[in-house]
Structure formats: C-alpha cells, structure tokens
Design a protein around this ligand. Structure first.
Ligand code: ZN
Length: 106
C-alpha cells in the first residue's frame, strides 16, 4: 500500500463561465456569505454557497454576462445575486487583483 501526501481524490468543479470541469485547486472560488461576495482560495473554508471560476478573464466575462450569479451549495441551497454594470466592473477588478496575488509565491 502506498501512502501519498495528498490521498484525497481530486475534486472537480464546473466553471460558471466556460462550464468545463477542472480540479478545484486550480480554480477561483467565490463565496456568498452574509449578503456579500468573498473571493477565496478554492481549498479554503467550509462548504457554503459558492461559484467556481477558471483563473481566466474570458470565463469571468462569460459568467457575468447575464448580470446574474447563482451560488450553490452541496445542500442545494442557493442564492441568486443580481449585479448592475458597476458591480460587475468592481467584481472583475477584484478578480484581477486576486489572481495577481495568487501568482506571487507565498
Ligand atoms: Zn472557465
């Protein structure tokens, strides 16, 4: 029997933009907590209402195109968030700065 440092199976998540499935660890997670959106590392935190996105601007634009984000939890609890154009711009800006930070080593 072999023991690896990461014995958990690779969790796959669907991107809200391109609808492709990727390993959770490679994705950006948006959580919806107490009526606000929080961008977290995909491995962080407990379950909750979330959206997963590729670290790619094209996916963010596709996900935000309709001005509506649907956050879902494993318990099928969901929250629909409507964004006006200004809020969309703000979220894109936050995603951009977040991925810039991700790119730098800890
Ligand atoms: Zn994507």
């Amino acid at each position: 029997m072999s023991v690896t440092s990461n014995s958990r199976p690779l969790r796959m998540r669907t991107c809200a933009g391109c609808r492709e499935r990727h390993p959770q660890s490679e994705m950006i997670r948006l959580r919806y907590v107490k009526d606000r959106m929080v961008i977290v590392r995909s491995g962080d935190g407990t379950a909750g209402r979330s959206i997963y996105l590729c670290p790619s601007e094209g996916c963010w634009h596709r996900a935000l195109k309709r001005g509506r984000l649907i956050f879902k939890s494993a318990k099928r609890d969901r929250a629909v968030v409507h964004l006006d154009p200004r809020e969309r711009e703000q979220l894109l800006y936050r995603l951009k700065s977040y991925t810039r930070e991700m790119g730098s080593p800890n």
